[in-house]
Design a protein. Structure first.
Length: 406
């Protein structure tokens, strides 16, 4: 049945992070395929819970594909459930800037300029993120990652050796290390064993790249007589089977677990549809008339829905929708502005247009694109142009010129 979703909410929610709420939030953050895997596994071991996946999920399960967990999702989950105070813009910047190994190796001057913060504020937040699992994430490189792990595990001697005796380690001059630190020669090898316990690439078990080809949409957007309709995608049939008999203590645990999952799935689905309705309403002209996406931020959706910004982010992160038989990330409907007020969508479309009509023998450099955009009353820094160009998979000017020569 098609659903027209019209909600009016004026209440505000205050969240107290109890253990139960943390569990509900974890369910809220999971995408359909991950959640389906979880429900399937739980139902195999819980006698009170019966789960039959929907048709599209069933097809996915039958493929036997298992994705690595998303590093960003894992970090944001730890961030949003932390009881420690932190600077959210700086924390988000660090997580979004991690490379494919989960390392943070940005130029400090560029970082401070982008964030408009002090070095102390940035380093405090970076140190906070580096306490997250996997330990060693957000390090500068593999060596820095090992040192973070050694320090966390309390291997202070091994940490000192790795930090101060890299030349001796490279030359296997263990005698000098022993003499300098005044420790037995054999102890050096014990400390080397501690180093080997650590992983120089601790994020290797996580997916650090965004992929959409295996994702399952949460809802479909359809146009019916100039009206947008949001049609939810079903998880499948999740039901509780419990006879009226006296249950043992162990059986009651399974029963409570089954009730928890049914309640959490219902909450999750309602929250996603509520936020999707608000977001799609903001961007309705994009779907109806192919207009540019309007400026729309997490803060706006949070204020309109009554949820916190972190809940909106957690709910819609790594979620997808279907439109005209194609699948898109929900996050792409959020459009921020540059510090001078130009929307990301407008700038990206302008970049594409400028590069399409540029002189192939003298392609536009990023600095020149900045100036061309000014003539179009669009404003962005050279760094922003470089970032958007990479998001659009457009090579730099030298690469474009070289490609056109062949």
């Amino acid at each position: 049945m098609k659903q027209d979703l019209i909600y009016t909410h004026t209440y505000k929610q205050t969240l107290h992070m109890t253990t139960g709420l943390k569990s509900h939030l974890e369910i809220l953050s999971k995408d359909r395929q991950t959640l389906s895997d979880l429900l399937y596994n739980v139902s195999q071991n819980n006698p009170f819970l019966e789960y039959t996946p929907s048709q599209d999920i069933q097809q996915y399960l039958e493929t036997g594909i298992s994705n690595k967990p998303s590093l960003k999702d894992e970090l944001y989950l730890q961030l949003h459930t932390s009881t420690k105070k932190y600077n959210e813009p700086i924390a988000n910047y660090i997580i979004e800037s991690l490379d494919s190994h989960g390392f943070f190796d940005q130029d400090i001057h560029t970082v401070l300029s982008d964030l408009k913060c002090t070095k102390a504020q940035f380093e405090e937040t970076l140190s906070f993120i580096q306490t997250f699992e996997p330990i060693g994430v957000a390090a500068k490189n593999s060596i820095d990652s090992l040192m973070i792990q050694l320090k966390t595990k309390g291997y202070t001697v091994a940490y000192t050796i790795l930090k101060n005796y890299s030349k001796e380690l490279e030359e296997k001059d263990f005698y000098t290390i022993s003499e300098s630190l005044d420790i037995p020669y054999e102890t050096v090898f014990d400390e080397l064993a501690h180093m080997q316990e650590c992983n120089p690439f601790p994020c290797s078990e996580y997916d650090t790249e965004s992929t959409t080809n295996l994702a399952l949409p949460e809802f479909t957007i359809e146009i019916d007589e100039d009206q947008l309709k949001i049609i939810p995608k079903e998880m499948g049939n999740l039901s509780l089977h419990c006879e009226e008999v006296k249950l043992s203590k162990e059986a009651k645990k399974y029963l409570n677990e089954a009730k928890f999952y049914i309640d959490s799935i219902n909450r999750r689905n309602k929250t996603i549809l509520l936020l999707a309705n608000i977001l799609i309403t903001h961007q309705k002209n994009y779907f109806l008339f192919q207009d540019d996406l309007k400026e729309c931020t997490l803060k706006e959706i949070a204020e309109e829905s009554g949820y916190s910004i972190s809940t909106v982010s957690r709910t819609l992160s790594d979620k997808y929708y279907e439109f005209n038989d194609h699948m898109y990330p929900v996050k792409d409907l959020f459009i921020s502005k540059t510090h001078k007020g130009s929307s990301k969508d407008s700038i990206q479309k302008a970049i594409q247009l400028l590069i399409e009509v540029e002189n192939p023998e003298n392609p536009l450099q990023d600095e020149e694109i900045v100036e061309e955009l000014k003539n179009m009353e669009l404003y962005a820094s050279r760094r922003t142009i470089s970032k958007y160009r990479k998001e659009l998979n457009i090579p730099n000017s030298k690469q474009r010129k070289k490609a056109r020569l062949y």
